[in-house]
Ligand binder design. Structure first.
Ligand code: FES
Length: 184
């Protein structure tokens, strides 16, 4: 029973389920201490668990499906030497998240995990894509960006570029060398 309770507890993450868990726990405790109705109570409690667990699992699954479906923006990273790595992202994802979520192997990319302190996520965009980005670089981004190698007019930090639907099919160039500004 402890095993079931632990599994169910882990699944029940929403607030609306906290009270039912407490009730069910109480019900099981009473069923263990009283002899006659114990089996019935235990059965009722188990049914509660099953019901709540299934409901939560269904919500979890539908959320999962929704997230997988929403990953429909294609990004291509062109490495030095011409190798092309393709990843799919969701609206609002950063280029760094596309690299990580798709397990793209780009040496040293995103070393500071998007905390704006390394410049290793430097990418170069086509002029038109650069102009069409919904947001320009912030002062903080520009401060770090200027420490990157191979800087050009259309350079940005991948951890700061958020995907929009219009960016589907975008191609960005990853420079040959990176500078981890934290090590300077
Ligand atoms: S990941 Fe370090 S600045 Fe973008």
């Amino acid at each position: 029973m402890n095993l079931i309770m632990n599994c169910i507890k882990r699944m029940l993450i929403t607030r609306q389920h906290i009270i039912p868990i407490i009730n069910v726990k109480h019900s099981i405790r009473s069923s263990n201490s009283s002899s006659n109705n114990g089996a019935d109570d235990r059965k009722t409690a188990q049914n509660h668990f099953r019901e709540i667990g299934l409901k939560t699992m269904n919500q979890f699954n539908s959320k999962k499906v929704k997230n997988v479906k929403a990953r429909n923006i294609k990004v291509t990273f062109i490495l030095d030497g011409g190798e092309r790595l393709m990843g799919m992202g969701r609206q609002g994802d950063t280029l760094l998240e596309v690299v990580n979520d798709n397990n793209l192997e780009i040496d040293g990319y995103g070393a500071c995990e998007g905390t704006l302190s390394c410049s290793t996520c430097h990418v170069m965009l086509k002029e038109e894509d650069y102009r069409n980005l919904p947001e320009g670089a912030s002062d903080e981004e520009l401060d770090i960006l200027e420490l990157a190698y191979d800087l050009c007019d259309t350079s940005r930090l991948g951890c700061q570029i958020k995907l929009t639907k219009e960016m589907d099919g975008i191609e960005v160039i990853v420079p040959a060398s990176v500078n981890d500004a934290r090590l300077i």
